[in-house]
Design a protein around this ligand. Sequence first.
Ligand SMILES: Cc1cc2nc3c(=O)[nH]c(=O)nc-3n(C[C@H](O)[C@H](O)[C@H](O)COP(=O)(O)O)c2cc1C
Length: 174
Amino acid sequence: MEKILIISSTRNSNFDMSKKIKNFFDGLAPTVAELICLEDFSLPLFTPTLEMQFKNNEDFPEDIGKIKDFLLSSKAIVWCSPEYNGGISPILTNAIAWISRATTDWKEAFINKKMLICSSSGGNGKNFVEGLRLQLKYLGSEVMEDCIIQTKKQSISENEFNKKLSQFYKNLPS
Ligand SMILES: Cc1cc2nc3c(=O)[nH]c(=O)nc-3n(C[C@H](O)[C@H](O)[C@H](O)COP(=O)(O)O)c2cc1C
């Protein structure tokens, strides 16, 4: 069954938020929500030289294939990731680079998929959200206009949190 994939970049506050998101979707059976954390995948730093080595040896690290398959088998994706230095964190950028190279067509894992961007960040996280939105749209995804942001100073109310997730869910293809 096609599922909603929740991807947390870290094992900290973004993972906590991801678990809450999974709980929300788990309450909407028969929807299947799966949660993964990028920290659990052993992805080397993408360089063209390393990729060429893998190609020449016909030996790509197993985790690259694993993460690619998680995306390919999902109909919608929720990203939970912190803002780093006014942008996207390296673990997420690196994962997207490998996924785009591991598929037959570079957009394959992203194109026409519904996406929601969430962030638990130190400041307001908006640069991250806008940066990832641009990138996902470039990859052909349909990104929800609204996003979920919580910061160290400002948490999001449960009501608001559930409202945004419901809005995302309502627009998913059946
Ligand atoms: C290298 C680095 C850069 C950061 N830059 C920003 C930033 O530009 N804006 C921001 O809001 N928070 C920034 N932070 C703070 C993180 O967003 C914040 O600690 C967040 O909660 C980390 O997510 P986590 O709890 O899931 O690990 C930065 C943290 C690190 C480690």
